[in-house]
Design a protein around this ligand. Sequence first.
Ligand code: BTN
Length: 261
Amino acid sequence: MQLVRIDKTHWAGKELYYHKRVDSTNAKAFSYAKEGCSHGTLVIADAQEAGRGRRGRSWCSKDGAGIYMSLVLRPSLNPGQAPGLTLVAALAVVKAIHRVIGECKCQIKWPNDVVMNGKKLCGILTEMHLMDSRIDAVIVGIGINVHKTEFPEDILTTATSIEEETGKCYSKEPLIEEILWELEGCYEEYIQTGNLERLKEEYEDYLANKGQVVKVLDPCGEYQGIAQGITATGDLIVDTGTEVRLVSSGEVSVRGIYGYV
Ligand code: BTN
């Protein structure tokens, strides 16, 4: 990738570190955060040797195949409000992809997977670092499969890339710039209220699960219901037929009953 230049934004990506190869951009971003980098600092890499996913999984990060980037945020929020930033980032990514690609079936699988035609093309890992019980930095790591690539066996049927789904080869730089620009806007809205009140409607417009039967993989017992939407704190509202349950993203996973979404 050529050295990226972000012109469109006010603060996101203005301090920028580009690496050809890193262990994990989230790990690198954290070390820059510890050294005192500014709000909006962006770390980008062409490849990751130890790309991290949610729930201890890894993230397939082959050379040049995708966007691997992490943004350092320094929000004035309570630690409990930081997880909502993951949903904020997912909304920004979907909006940016629509802006760059145009009409397409790019949606959000709650809480923060971005899918196209029902397959996952983007994952987001948000990690929070506290100092004296207050937020020092929130690292929002975004991985997007842009070009055709070979996925590991375990995600072969659920993963995809933008190129796979659209048949077109998009360059990464404009996508990165649009994502940062959308993220700035969504972030500012989130910060105003400290919750998703102002973004909920738009998030739900892109929510692939909305109105669909979902299987909630709760460790205390799986159950099914119809996903109604989200609360202002980002919980998924699931109507089981006998009761309405709120599903918190930190605790459980949700699947469609016929496939990934
Ligand atoms: C998921 O499991 O869905 C989240 C995947 C997040 C991957 C991205 S790639 C850039 C950043 N650096 C990492 O190590 N992980 C995130």
